[in-house]
Design a protein around this ligand. Structure first.
Ligand SMILES: Cc1cc2nc3c(=O)[nH]c(=O)nc-3n(C[C@H](O)[C@H](O)[C@H](O)COP(=O)(O)O)c2cc1C
Length: 197
C-alpha cells in the first residue's frame, strides 16, 4: 500500500437536461422519450416535459436543453398550422401553444449563460436536409437567445402527417441523444473539441 495520499477524486456533478417537446400526433413525443432515454443512458439527469406544461426556461434548472417539434410549413408550428393539424384529427387541446411560443418567452441572453442546447424535429419529407424545418428554426432562435448549440439541427422521419415513425428512428434518437450528451459534457468541462457536429 502506498504511504502517499491518493489525490482526491472529484467526480463531476451529473449534467442536468431539460427535454421539451411539442407533438400534435404523437411522433415527436415518441422521439422525445427516446432522446430522454439516450441522455439518461449517458448519466444525464433528465426531465422530459410537454411544451404545454414546461416551466419557463428562466425558472428551470438545467445545463442542457433539448427541444423537439414537428415541422409545419417548413418551420416551427404556428397557431394556424396547429389548427390545421386539429382539422386533420389532432386533439384540440394540443393546439394552444407550441415551441415557437415557449422559446419566444425566454428572457435575455444572460439566462442562457452556461447552457448548451440541441434541437430535433419530425418531418414527412424524404429530403433529409431540408434547408428550412422546425429544428433549423429552433436552433436559430436558441442561438439568438445565447444558447451554445452542441449539435446540428436533426430530423427524424415519419411516413405521413399522422405517423408512424419510419423504422429505426427511435434507435436513431437514442444514439443521437447519447452524442448530444457527450458533446454537452465536453463543452461544460471546457474541452475545445466540443464544437457543434
Ligand atoms: C399543418 C401541417 C404542416 C406540415 N408541414 C410539413 C412540412 O413543411 N414539411 C414536412 O416534412 N412535414 C410537414 N408536416 C408533417 C409533420 O411534420 C408531421 O405531421 C409531424 O412530423 C408529426 O409529428 P407529431 O406526431 O409529433 O405531430 C406538416 C403537418 C401539418 C399538420
Amino acid at each position: 500500500m502506498s504511504s502517499q495520499a491518493e489525490p482526491e477524486q472529484v467526480s463531476p456533478s451529473p449534467l442536468r437536461a431539460l427535454v421539451v417537446y411539442e407533438s400534435m400526433f404523437g411522433s415527436t413525443q415518441d422521439v422525445a422519450a427516446a432522446v430522454a432515454e439516450g441522455l439518461r443512458a449517458e448519466g444525464v439527469t433528465t426531465e422530459l416535459v410537454d411544451v404545454r406544461h414546461a416551466p419557463a426556461a428562466r425558472e428551470a434548472v438545467f445545463d442542457l436543453l433539448v427541444v423537439g417539434a414537428p415541422t409545419h410549413a417548413f418551420s416551427l408550428s404556428r397557431p394556424s398550422t396547429r389548427q390545421d393539424a386539429v382539422r386533420q384529427g389532432a386533439n384540440p387541446a394540443l393546439a394552444g401553444t407550441g415551441m415557437r411560443e415557449w422559446i419566444g418567452a425566454m428572457g435575455p441572453r444572460e439566462e442562457a449563460h452556461g447552457r448548451a442546447a440541441a434541437a430535433f424535429d419530425t418531418r414527412v419529407t424524404k429530403v433529409r436536409n431540408l434547408p428550412k424545418a422546425a429544428s433549423t428554426r429552433a436552433s436559430h432562435l436558441l442561438a439568438r437567445r445565447g444558447y451554445h448549440l452542441v449539435s446540428r439541427p436533426t430530423p427524424f422521419l415519419v411516413h405521413d402527417v399522422k405517423g408512424p415513425l419510419v423504422a429505426g428512428e427511435l434507435d436513431h434518437a437514442v444514439t443521437w441523444a447519447r452524442e448530444v450528451a457527450v458533446a454537452a459534457r465536453r463543452w461544460h468541462t471546457g474541452d475545445p473539441g466540443a464544437a457543434a457536429s
